[in-house]
Design a binder for this molecule. Sequence first.
Ligand SMILES: Cc1cc2nc3c(=O)[nH]c(=O)nc-3n(C[C@H](O)[C@H](O)[C@H](O)COP(=O)(O)OP(=O)(O)OC[C@H]3O[C@@H](n4cnc5c(N)ncnc54)[C@H](O)[C@@H]3O)c2cc1C
Length: 377
Amino acid sequence: MKADLLVVGGGPAGASLAYLASKAGFRVVVVERKHTPENPTICGEYLPDWDVLKSTLSSYRGMLPFVRDRFYSRELILNRTQTITVEFSGERTTLEFKGAVIDRAKAVSSLLEEAESSGAKVMLSTWYHGSKVCRDKVISKIGSSTLESDYLAAADGYSSLAAKSAGLSSQLPPEDVALVTLQRAKCNHSESDVYMEFSEIAPGGYAFIIPRGGLCNIGVGYPKSHRKKITIAHREFLKKVEAAPTHSRVYAKLLPVGGLVKKPAASRVLLVGDAVGAVMPTNGGGIPLAALTAHLAAEALKSESPEEKYTRLLKPLSQTLKAGLAARKIGEKVVFNRTLARASLKLAPKSAVLAVLSMDTRTRALKLMRVVSTLFL
Ligand SMILES: Cc1cc2nc3c(=O)[nH]c(=O)nc-3n(C[C@H](O)[C@H](O)[C@H](O)COP(=O)(O)OP(=O)(O)OC[C@H]3O[C@@H](n4cnc5c(N)ncnc54)[C@H](O)[C@@H]3O)c2cc1C
């Protein structure tokens, strides 16, 4: 089998890249181990308001229409939220912060279907086993076949086997990798509010309720280095908020929250989505960034030197995520210290909390956090 591009993984990043690259005329093969795309979807499916995202990613104006059209379209939105309620150290505050909850499986499936219509070969129930990168091609083992491609895109999440087998690493220090659970449940929570709780239930992380079209996406997430068993934390939270799961299985997944990897590309290989670390370190949001990095990779593939171009295009995103990492490190010091938590709820202007939630790096609050974190943490 031969292709111009092998995409490993059919999640938001892989499906976006397959769609864009096949539309641009590349012969694309996508391999996805799941039998049906996004079954299961292990994600809160929450997106910040479009205007907020636009401002966070203002360096990428030209790429944003794709993210908007494919992930924010009206038919994908299950419900809109108006506020975020944050609880830390027993204190609660509700902030005006608009967002939307989407049907992510629908978004990803339609990208893959349209990629197929543009000539991509989408291979479901197919495991990727590894690659050998040669000077002029990549030879990969997929299912029981061998595939020769000009390029390899690692869109297989954290920690990417495709990246590793091509000699790149998507590994981060354990404190920068969160283990996050997800379960869909019936829960007595407002349809228009997202709830985030910073407490001993999820040490060093948070527990969340995201209303989803009559049900809720519920979970807990904290650094994988923590000793507390994640399923225990998850059950404690379900009990506390009196949520009734609609199915018994608790899903859990690793999420990189330490910013972009040092080397996002190497000869004939590009990392996208979670594999490149494109996740907001403050809140774990990664869907829009998966789509954005896929778009950057698709643009880079059209150039003479895709590896160099992709690395260059990622620079503004890298800065944004560094600011997010700084905010996360400072935030952790505050929210898990009862005195600091209470004082900051009283003294910190809501605009500072909103700046962190929206990750608007142009705000004074985020600039200041970056400086403080560089100097003291
Ligand atoms: C519990 C949880 C809640 C979250 N909530 C939100 C949220 O509310 N909003 C938000 O924006 N982000 C959220 N995120 C983050 C978001 O889900 C990720 O950033 C996003 O899924 C990244 O997309 P991706 O395509 O890079 O990776 P993934 O979605 O991980 O896709 C990778 C794909 O590769 C496939 N794959 C992996 N290995 C192989 C292999 N060897 N062979 C074949 N296929 C393979 C997998 O099956 C998978 O389909 C959440 C994450 C978690 C874990």
